[in-house]
Design a protein around this ligand. Structure first.
Ligand code: XMP
Length: 502
C-alpha cells in the first residue's frame, strides 16, 4: 500500500483518494502513527499549514523514514522538509503564493513522463526552497524559473505544488508516474480485499453472534452480505422508523430475500411519530430520531456479542482530522451518537468497510454478487423523510411526500436519469398558497423537487433535468396528489444550501 503521512494540509485526504483512483491501496496516517505504517510500497508526505521554521513545526525521524527503503514523495511542506533533511534550506515568508502556476519539467521523463510542457499546477504555500542539498537535482521549474520539483538521490522526490487537486491539470499523471517508481507496490484488487476482510471477520467473530442494522442503503447491504458470506452468525435488523419512502420497507425485504440474507423487521413507526409529534426544530427532530433509533435497535438486539457497522473510510479520516480541529457542527449525523462510541470503547464494534471509499464498497458489492439496482440506489439520510418535511411531521404530510417522491423517481427511472444523478427526491414546503382545482379555489401546500450531482456530498450542484421530465412530474403530482397545488424545482447549490432540507 501507499502510506500517506498527514502534515495537516486540507488536501491530504484527496491524495489518498487519487492514489486509490489510480488503482493502488492508500492509507492516511497521522504523525503519531509513524513509524507504525505497515509495510508500504511507497510513502507520500503531505503538505501542511505550518512553516518548517516554526518551533513546533511537525517533523519525523528521517532515519526511520529512510529505513523503509521505498520511494518517497514530499508534497509542498513535505518537499521542504525533505530538502532540509538532505542539508538544503527553506526560506520562510509570510506572503502566500496561492493559485495557478505553469510547470516546466526539465526533462519529460520519470515523474514528468508524458507531460505537456507548460501544464497548469496549483500552488498553496508561503515558504520556498532556498539552497538545494548536494545530492539534489531540479526536475521542474515554474514560469519564473524557480525550482518547484526536486529529486534527492534515487528514491526521494519533491513537488511544491498540489498534484491532488483538480486545478493541477496533470496532477494525477504525476502521482501515477511517482507510483510507477515503486517496484514493490501491488495494484489494489477488490477480490483480494474481499478475501482478506472475510478472513478478518472469521477471526474476529468466531462463533459469536453479530448484529447489524440494515437500512436498504448500499453500505449496510454490502456489510450484511459480507458477514453472511463470511459465514458469520449474523442477525440483520431493519428498523422501520416510519420515515421511509413509498413501499420502501417491502422493497428492502424483497431485496434481501433475493440475495438470500434473512432480515428481521422491527416496525417502530408509531413510536417515532408519537415522539416527533409537535416537534418543529431540526436538531431536536434529529436528536429524537437518532436516540430512539438506537433504543429500538438495541432493544431488539438482546444479548448479541458484537455489533457491525457500515462505517466508511471518509468517516474515519474525517473524524480523525476533526479531532484535531474545531470543525463547526453543522448537522448531527445520526450514526455518531455517544452510545455507539461507548460500545466501540468496549471493543464490541466491527467495521469491516472502514478502509473503503463509496465506489470501492460498490465494487465489493459487485464482487459479492449484489444486483446493480441495489448498489446504485441513491443515498438516503438516516432520519429519512423527517429531513424532507420541514417543521412538524405527521402521517398526512409523510403520505404527500411519499406520493410525490414516487412519481418523481418513477419519471427519472423511466427516462434513464436516475443513474445520472447523485440523489433526487421530493420535499414538502408546508406553506399554503392559493390555486384553482376543478373550478374551485384551492389553498394547499407546495412540493419541492431536488436533483443534485455530487462527488462526496460535501458540495453539490443542482441538475439541469430536461423540462419534459419536470413537466410530466408536475402534471402527475398536481393531478394525483391531494394537498398539493404547486410544484417547485430547487436550483440551489451546496454550499450554501445543504442537500437535504434540514
Ligand atoms: P446534507 O443535507 O448535509 O447531506 O447536504 C449530505 C448527504 O448526507 C445525507 N445525510 C445523511 N446521511 N444520516 C445519514 O446517514 C444523516 O443524518 C444524514 N443527513 C444527511 C444526505 O442525504 C446527503 O446525501
Amino acid at each position: 500500500h501507499v502510506a500517506v503521512l498527514d502534515f495537516g494540509s486540507q488536501y491530504t485526504q484527496l491524495i489518498v483518494r487519487r492514489v486509490r483512483e489510480l488503482g493502488y491501496f492508500a492509507k492516511l496516517y497521522t504523525l503519531e502513527d509513524f513509524p507504525n505504517i505497515g509495510e508500504p510500497g511507497a510513502i507520500i508526505l503531505s503538505g501542511g499549514p505550518k512553516s518548517t521554521s516554526e518551533p513546533d513545526a511537525p517533523d519525523l525521524d528521517f532515519e526511520q523514514l529512510d529505513a523503509f527503503g521505498v520511494p518517497v514523495l514530499g508534497v509542498c511542506y513535505g518537499m521542504q522538509l525533505l530538502n532540509i533533511k538532505f542539508g538544503g534550506s527553506v526560506e520562510a515568508s509570510d506572503r502566500r503564493e496561492y493559485g495557478p502556476a505553469k510547470l516546466f519539467p526539465v526533462e519529460p521523463a520519470g515523474l514528468y513522463e508524458g507531460l505537456a510542457h507548460d501544464s497548469q499546477v496549483w500552488m498553496s504555500h508561503s515558504d520556498t526552497v532556498q539552497d538545494l542539498a548536494d545530492n539534489c537535482t531540479v526536475l521542474a521549474r515554474n514560469q519564473h524559473g524557480t525550482p518547484v520539483s526536486l529529486k534527492w538521490g534515487e528514491r526521494y522526490f519533491g513537488i511544491q505544488f498540489h498534484p491532488e487537486v483538480t486545478h493541477s491539470h496533470e496532477g494525477t499523471r504525476i502521482l501515477h508516474n511517482f507510483l510507477l517508481q515503486a517496484e514493490a507496490l501491488e495494484p489494489f484488487r477488490i477480490e483480494d480485499f474481499k478475501e482478506e476482510v472475510i478472513q478478518g471477520i472469521r477471526e474476529k467473530v468466531g462463533n459469536k453472534q453479530v448484529v447489524c442494522g440494515v437500512s436498504g442503503g448500499v453500505d449496510s447491504t454490502v456489510l450484511a452480505v459480507l458477514l453472511h458470506e463470511a459465514g458469520a452468525n449474523v442477525r440483520a435488523i431493519f428498523v422501520d422508523h416510519g420515515l421511509m419512502r413509498k413501499d420502501e420497507g417491502e422493497e428492502v425485504r424483497n431485496n434481501f430475500h433475493r440475495m438470500g440474507v434473512p432480515i428481521e423487521t422491527v416496525d417502530a413507526s408509531e413510536m417515532f411519530l408519537r415522539e416527533l409529534a409537535g416537534q418543529k426544530e431540526p436538531e431536536k427532530k434529529r436528536e429524537i430520531i437518532g436516540n430512539l433509533f438506537i433504543d429500538v435497535f438495541w432493544d431488539s438486539v438482546g444479548d448479541a456479542e458484537l455489533l457491525a457497522q457500515g462505517t466508511l473510510y471518509p468517516d474515519v479520516i474525517e473524524s480523525a482530522s476533526n479531532a484535531n480541529s474545531k470543525a463547526s457542527k453543522i448537522k448531527t449525523h445520526h450514526n455518531r451518537v455517544d452510545r455507539i462510541l461507548e460500545l466501540q470503547a468496549q471493543g464490541k464494534v466491527l467495521e469491516p468497510l472502514a478502509e473503503l471509499f463509496k465506489d470501492e464498497v460498490r465494487a465489493l458489492g459487485t464482487s459479492l454478487g449484489i444486483p446493480q439496482d441495489i448498489l446504485n440506489r441513491h443515498p438516503f439520510p438516516g432520519p429519512g423523510l423527517a429531513v424532507r418535511c420541514p417543521g412538524e411531521i405527521d402521517e398526512y404530510r409523510l403520505k404527500i411526500i411519499r406520493e410525490c417522491d414516487a412519481i418523481f423517481i418513477g419519471h427519472l427511472k423511466e427516462h434513464g436519469w436516475y443513474d445520472k444523478v447523485w440523489q433526487a427526491y421530493a420535499a414538502l414546503v408546508p406553506v399554503k398558497t392559493v390555486g384553482v382545482k376543478g373550478d374551485e379555489r384551492s389553498y394547499e401546500w407546495a412540493i419541492s423537487l431536488r436533483a443534485v450531482i455530487s462527488e462526496d456530498a460535501m458540495t453539490a450542484d443542482w441538475v439541469e433535468l430536461p423540462y419534459s421530465i419536470l413537466r410530466e412530474t408536475s402534471h402527475d403530482i398536481l393531478n394525483e396528489v391531494d394537498g398539493i397545488n404547486r410544484v417547485l424545482y430547487d436550483v440551489s447549490t451546496k454550499p450554501p444550501a445543504s442537500i437535504e432540507w434540514e
